[in-house]
Design a protein around this ligand. Structure first.
Ligand SMILES: NC(=O)c1ccc[n+]([C@@H]2O[C@H](COP(=O)([O-])OP(=O)(O)OC[C@H]3O[C@@H](n4cnc5c(N)ncnc54)[C@H](O)[C@@H]3O)[C@@H](O)[C@H]2O)c1
Length: 250
């Protein structure tokens, strides 16, 4: 049974691919960066495919190829995402479009591809989307456009869960906090510059804002995705699961 992971060439997506492979899934490691996906696929014994989540034809082609190579689709993890940082009054329409297209529209387009495949297979299946703590809390500095895109993911997850439940398809999302990845490295630089402080001070703020007292790892998120994908979560759908060391409790 096939598990497709988007944005799996690095960071949280790569950790999800590793964890799913360790849990016995046949993993289709996909990314807009095929070289990055290929390296992770070689590591986990999966197959690599180029998949740009903003392009429905690309998503459909990667899905069809993965099913042909690895077997029927069982799990789709929409993890790919981008971020940029700017003061609200300075956010450009290009930045808005980039964040909304990859983070929100990408989850929509990939969700359609996965759902159509599940229904064509006779029903059943699991979708896990990657939202964010910023999908539940708007007070995230210099990230208004990103916040909007991630609130969209939480709402879309609920709507998809409600509509696809009769087909036996569960849909949930994870809401990570401060995860040490390439995305975070870029955000540390931007936030320090925009806030007139240092990278080290921003990093320390992230840790101080996390009751469990450390930066989050990609593996922390991956283990939650494995749980949501598995039979232990068989009666959980429409949930936005906080995975953030207590950084935001709603
Ligand atoms: N790092 C954090 O602190 C954090 C916190 C909350 C949520 N998230 C979310 O987790 C997800 C993964 O974040 P990360 O920190 O691993 O980011 P990252 O930048 O380290 O990796 C993102 C991956 O997505 C790929 N990607 C970008 N645009 C794509 C597209 N159009 N189609 C397919 N792939 C594309 C990139 O090539 C890259 O491999 C994102 O959705 C992000 O918003 C991250």
């Amino acid at each position: 049974m096939t598990a497709v992971v988007t944005g799996a060439g690095t960071g949280i997506g790569a950790a999800i691919a590793r964890a799913l492979a360790a849990a016995g899934h046949a993993v289709a490691v996909t990314d807009v960066d095929l070289d990055a996906a290929t390296a992770v696929a070689a590591e986990v014994g999966g197959r690599a495919y180029r998949l740009d989540v903003t392009d429905p034809a690309s998503a459909e082609a990667a899905c069809a190829a993965a099913v042909a190579d690895l077997g029927p689709l069982r799990l789709w993890v929409s993890n790919a995402g981008v971020s940029t940082m700017a003061r609200f009054t300075e956010i450009t329409t290009d930045e808005w479009d980039l964040n909304m297209n990859v983070n929100a529209k990408g989850v929509f387009l990939c969700g359609q591809v996965a759902a159509r495949r599940f229904i064509a297979q006779g029903g059943g299946g699991v979708i896990v989307n990657t939202a964010s703590m910023a999908g539940k809390r708007g007070a995230a500095p210099f990230l208004a456009h990103y916040v909007a895109s991630k609130f969209a993911v939480v709402g879309l997850t609920q709507a998809m869960a409600a509509e696809l439940a009769p087909n036996g398809v569960r849909v949930n999302c994870v809401c990570p906090g401060y995860v040490a990845t390439g995305m975070q490295s870029r955000e540390l630089e931007w936030e320090a510059r925009l806030g007139g402080t240092s990278v080290e001070q921003v990093r320390q703020f992230y840790i101080d804002d996390t009751p469990l007292g450390r930066l989050q790892t990609a593996e922390d998120v991956a283990s939650a995705v494995v749980f949501l994908a598995g039979d232990g979560a068989s009666f959980i759908t429409g949930e936005a699961l906080a995975v953030n060391g207590g950084a935001f409790m709603d």
